[in-house]
Design a protein around this ligand. Structure first.
Ligand code: IP8
Length: 246
């Protein structure tokens, strides 16, 4: 049983303060993972929050619009690596053998924007008892320079290649909300919820909740979107938040 958990950038950073970790929430979510942790069975992915998105926005590139400016690539990558260090260090401080994984060195999109992210390094890391902590990152794209690879896309591609049984996205909201603000328990069709999937509330170059749901509908395994309060129950096997099952 392999679990892939994405820690949303908005959860573990102060999204409106550039390059600031939300230390209290990071500690809280790492504690919840450590309580359920089994070596070789978990992959953690994290998004950009205030470390990645504002650099990407400043340089004018995104998941779909590329750049050939090398500084644009390194500005985002280095900021994301600082955040990755904070997550890895939080796990190591709890005696979990967390190691960093950076897609920039191995992933690419082809000219049709189809993603390829070889997972053999992550698989070997799992077999060796490590906890891979994978950062959202810029990656190269044929014909476009570099584009942003979101944590949601990483969850989907690794979820497929590792045959993950449980996929969770820990977000700042308790799930996908309907027009009245209630959590939608299950989504299996994007068109049914398109009208309520609003814009993200901060600078977000990868599509906010709509992008999240679209990515997750492409995944074979069901994926849950929930907030930090539901992380412990999710890891204990309970149904929480919104389940996206394409
Ligand atoms: O926060 C994009 O990942 P997300 C992060 O998962 C960057 O959408 C590098 C801007």
């Amino acid at each position: 049983m392999t679990t892939i958990l994405k820690l949303g950038g908005s959860v573990i950073t102060e999204k409106d303060q550039p390059e600031t970790v939300d230390e209290a929430t990071l500690e809280q979510v790492v504690d919840a993972v450590v309580d359920a942790y089994e070596p070789g069975k978990f992959v953690v992915v994290h998004g950009g929050g205030s470390f990645g998105h504002h650099h990407a926005a400043k340089h004018g590139y995104s998941k779909t619009d590329g750049t050939r400016n090398a500084t644009a690539v390194t500005d985002v990558h280095r900021a994301m690596s600082v955040l990755n260090d904070a997550v890895v260090d939080a796990f190591q401080a709890r005696d979990v053998a967390a190691v960093p994984v950076s897609p920039l060195s191995v992933a690419r999109r082809d000219a049709a924007a189809t993603l390829s992210f070889p997972a053999d390094g992550v698989e070997t890391a799992l077999d060796e008892g490590f906890l891979p902590v994978v950062q959202a990152d810029p990656i190269v794209q044929e014909g476009a320079g570099a584009t942003i690879l979101s944590g949601d896309e990483i969850v989907v591609t690794l979820g497929e290649s590792l045959g993950a049984n449980r996929v969770g996205l820990c977000s700042t909201v308790p799930g996908v909300l309907d027009a009245e603000g209630n959590v939608i328990p299950e989504i299996d069709d994007f068109d049914e919820v398109a009208s309520v999937l609003g814009e993200s509330d901060s600078t977000d170059v990868t599509g906010g909740m709509a992008g999240k749901v679209q990515s997750l509908l492409a995944l074979s395994a069901p994926a849950a979107i929930f907030d930090p309060a539901a992380l412990g129950p999710f890891l204990r096997g309970e149904d929480v938040g919104t389940v996206v099952d394409g």
